[in-house]
Design a protein around this ligand. Structure first.
Ligand SMILES: *Cc1c(COP(=O)(O)O)cnc(C)c1O
Ligand code: SF4
Length: 346
């Protein structure tokens, strides 16, 4: 930011206007948005924004927009039915072998397209000791659960002490073989990835960290350093990105994102189709376009740099790959389409 980085997290509209990140003429509309959905822009992401660019792909993700006041008819407050799949507070259980554990609902930043935007916010939604014990009891009582995914909110917003207590409790459940943490912290507040925090992540189980990042510029030097601190602890890193109009919906933007991730030792894992959360219509990329963009990555990037295009079927029906197949039946034969679009018999 040319005006200098704000010293602390911006959490209201006047703060965003003063920092040159929102227009004073939008104030009333943005106040209405902020009354409904949480707002937070950390100094780390504010520095990545160019206030002079009205189409800035970083600002678009974090700065509220007047259009968020409008909920489209196909949008839903709980687009993938977390609520219906929640047997006890803090748990979402859709697949027999995997369960989500949401220890809190606060995040370092609030993404304008978040599918849990009706739930997340600075008030925290932290599970009480009793609720956490119930959630852990649910997992302990179900031997079919082999992986626990810590999500939220952002689990890396917890204190190191609380995080290590949760991981220790999961360590003690024999049928849980691996853990995953879904987080935006390495991008949004890299300074939180301290020595104490990485120490708190020491666990006997295999721990994977999935980092939410949507634009190459978010893989900043500070974010790379934070990711390197996790790698130094032997933690494998995956990415989760959301395909977003105005942020990363071009071949060049997606290629740059995947290359930046690989260079930071993060395996590009999922490229999500946007969920139908309220007030997010401006970010939608049609399926046809999404598949064309995804197809274009093949042949442009190393195989391990290509994420799976993934659709979370509305209503909690599960995640499925949405990309095109390169191989199709043709009578007795198969036809394979090469990365440049030519068809070949197989
Ligand atoms: C996304 C999700 C998972 C994890 O799915 P993966 O494909 O393994 O990443 C598990 N449970 C729920 C409820 C989910 O929404
Ligand atoms: S960090 Fe994740 S949970 Fe938090 S607002 Fe962004 S998308 Fe939602």
């Amino acid at each position: 930011m040319p005006d200098g980085t704000p010293a602390r997290t911006l959490r209201d509209i006047p703060g965003l206007i003063a920092a040159g990140l929102a227009r004073a003429s939008d104030r009333a509309a943005l106040e209405a948005v902020a009354a409904r959905y949480a707002v937070a822009v950390t100094p780390a992401v504010a520095t990545l924004m160019d206030p002079a660019d009205p189409a800035d792909p970083i600002a678009a993700q974090y700065v509220p927009h007047p259009d968020e006041r409008v909920t489209a008819s196909d949008e839903h407050p709980d687009p993938i039915a977390d609520e219906a799949l929640s047997p006890v507070k803090g748990i979402v259980h859709r697949y027999p072998d995997r369960a989500l554990l949401k220890p809190l609902l606060a995040c370092p930043v609030y993404c304008r397209f978040c599918f849990r935007r009706e739930q997340v916010g600075p008030d925290g939604g932290v599970l009480t000791e009793a609720e956490l014990a119930d959630a852990l009891g649910y997992i302990a009582a179900r031997p079919a659960i082999r992986e626990v995914i810590l999500t939220g909110g952002d689990p890396l917003m917890l204190s190191s002490r609380r995080l290590s207590a949760i991981l220790a409790a999961l360590d003690a459940i024999p049928h849980v073989e691996s853990l995953r943490i879904h987080t935006r912290v390495p991008v949004a507040e890299p300074s939180l990835i301290t020595e104490a925090l990485t120490e708190a992540l020491a666990t006997d189980k295999a721990l994977w960290v999935a980092v939410h990042v949507n634009h190459a510029r978010e893989v900043s030097p500070a974010a790379r350093a934070a990711l390197a601190r996790l790698v130094a602890r032997g933690i494998p890193l995956l990415s989760q990105s959301v395909l977003l109009a105005g942020v990363n919906d071009s071949e060049a933007a997606l290629e740059a994102l995947c290359r930046a991730l690989i260079a930071a030792r993060v395996k590009p894992h999922y490229l999500h189709m946007l969920d139908f959360a309220p007030g997010t219509a401006r970010f939608r990329v049609p399926m046809e376009r999404a598949r064309a963009l995804h197809r274009a990555l093949r042949g442009r990037l190393p195989g391990h740099a290509i994420p799976t295009l993934i659709l979370d079927i509305p209503g909690g029906r599960g995640k499925v790959p949405a990309g095109e197949s390169h191989v199709a039946r043709a009578g007795e034969d198969w036809i394979a389409t090469d990365p440049w679009g030519a068809a070949h018999a197989y």
